[in-house]
Design a protein around this ligand. Sequence first.
Ligand code: F6P
Length: 328
Amino acid sequence: MKRIIKKIAVITSGGDAPGMNAALRAVARSCAYYKVECIGFYRGYQGMIEGDYVKLTARSVKNIIGKGGTILKSARSDEFRTKEGRKKAYQNLKDLNIDGLILIGGDGTFTGGVIFGKEYKIPFIGIPGTIDNDIAGTNFTIGYDTALNTVVESIDKIRDTASSHNRLFFVEVMGRDAGFIALNAGVGAGAEEILLPEEDLGLDRLLESLKKSKRSGKLSSIVVVSEGDKIGKNVFELAEYVTENLPEYEVRVSVLGHMQRGGSPSCFDRVLASKMGVKAVEHLLDGQSDVMVGLVKDKIIISNVEEAIKSSNDINRELLRISDILSV
Ligand code: F6P
């Protein structure tokens, strides 16, 4: 039976991502449009457990579409992983007469939603927000495009100094176990080598490729290393290994870190967040649950969230080939 939704709650959870505020704005304004009450819990599931929330109205989300981070703040709640924690969260939802949830976040957020939804039968819709782009069911997650642009801009700057000093730079980028940021930003910044979690290219190949670069007359090089790279060495160990084996290279390391998660969202992320926010509210009002919204072939679609977190998007191996050709 379709449940009548009169009041919803929204959270941003897990690693923050640029565009989460644009998604909150879209959710709050769609609720105002459809005359549904909307509240936002602070710090993701933790705020749900503590009953720490704010009323979200059309006006309370003004001027946030271009702001990085999340006005609701975010957290990775350990307490929500426990039955007792989830019980407290449910009690608060009941006391506040919440009929449905919108969960903005990544894998961990959606996993929490699936468990909670099964235990308490509370309808929920996921909006994929993470810079990692590692959620199946969508071609793009909110924040990924902005992070790519941030990384490319940073590598361009590193390239300036690498080139001035004839140096080789290892640049570590985020992405957890996924290489989307490394691969796309690597190609976009013209990196000589890109090391990914999805492909163990091996140390010998790396040395060979760097030797080839030298022979071809390159004076400086950039190797982009995804933080989850499977080559068996972290970025500093890699730099040491190359220094030992190729003394002709002067090597430096740059770990870009959390700056990749900050900054004003790109236009692409703002538009994506706006579309996903509206659709998430509409699907919830329409009686959907346990689904996530996603952008596939330029259309916002929904897919089962449990299926989505069990599968993964594969990297574009053709892009890896293109990178190889272009780093000749
Ligand atoms: O999931 C987003 C992400 O930035 C990953 O790329 C990274 O591995 C992780 O979060 C870092 O998490 P934290 O901010 O908790 O250290």
